[in-house]
Design a protein around this ligand. Structure first.
Ligand SMILES: [Mg+2]
Length: 267
């Protein structure tokens, strides 16, 4: 069987608390030995993903910012395909609205009397460190967003603001600390495009996707074998995927990741 794996990072391959993938080390080794492509699909930015690809010695295509864009190393697929732009050795397929458009929309809303809006791009480094707990030197990685502008909202009536953006073909997702304004993309749309590219190379491939959260469900729907690991509180984000039974790993995060990979690939 020729497999391709799509994996979320935070809370899935990486531990929710420590960001470590140590418990999955043996399973990662097996994936590499078998020559199985391992494609990262995450809400993180390209700059953040590239750090993990270096540590994992990973050369496969990856998807950033919840499906905002797909980065394919330029010589990865031996046939031509449409892409949005070429940059730094990648062919980039964009699904999201550009960050510039999103920031403009926020600033326009701010002018139109939504005075409680504070776009992430307008926050100082000190404020970001205080709000998120990241180290000062990591702030610039967070700021390199292409397809999503986080914002704070102070005051009443955020529902009206969300409706305004939806009427303009955008969507707002509530994260842990910020609201996120983005285009109408998700992980599933980007993964489907990447699967088509792999099928162009080998029509017989079988696909696995592993995730832990609601924002992973769209990609779990478009693969042959959906896998959910437990969240840090012990729960699962879902127990059915479009009428199918996903593989539910007993472990949380990288423990569950490892268990599922050994179960599917055998030892
Ligand atoms: Mg996650």
């Amino acid at each position: 069987m020729k497999w391709v794996i799509f994996t979320d990072l935070d809370g899935t391959l990486l531990d929710h608390q420590t960001y470590s993938f140590e418990p999955a080390r043996e399973a990662l080794k097996l994936v590499k030995e078998r020559g199985i492509p391992l494609c990262i699909v995450t809400s993180k930015t390209r700059a953040e993903v590239e750090e993990y690809r270096r540590v994992l010695d990973n050369r496969d295509p990856f998807i950033v910012e919840n499906g905002g864009a797909l980065f394919v190393p330029s010589t990865y697929f031996p046939f031509p395909f449409p892409y949005s732009r070429q940059e730094d050795g990648y062919k980039v397929i964009e699904f999201g609205r550009s960050h510039r458009v999103l920031l403009d929309e926020l600033l326009k809303a701010l002018e139109d009397s939504w005075s409680g809006i504070r776009p992430f791009s307008t926050l100082s480094e000190e404020e970001i460190v205080r709000l998120t707990g990241v180290k000062p030197h990591q702030v610039h990685l967070m700021k390199e967003r292409g397809y999503d502008e986080p914002f704070l909202f102070e005051g009443e009536g955020v529902e009206g603001l969300i409706a305004r953006f939806e009427a303009r073909g955008l969507k707002v997702v509530k994260g842990g600390r910020f609201y996120h304004l983005m285009g109408n993309h998700d992980k599933g749309k980007a993964v489907r495009r990447l699967i088509d590219l792999f099928r162009g190379m080998d029509p017989g491939i079988k696909t696995i996707a592993i995730g832990d959260s609601e924002n992973d469900l769209s990609m779990l729907k478009v693969v042959d074998l959906p896998v959910l690991v437990r969240r840090w509180d012990g729960s699962y984000a879902a127990t059915r995927i479009d009428g199918r039974d996903p593989i539910l790993a007993r472990g949380a995060g990288p423990e569950g990741w490892s268990e599922a990979i050994f179960r599917i690939l055998g030892r």
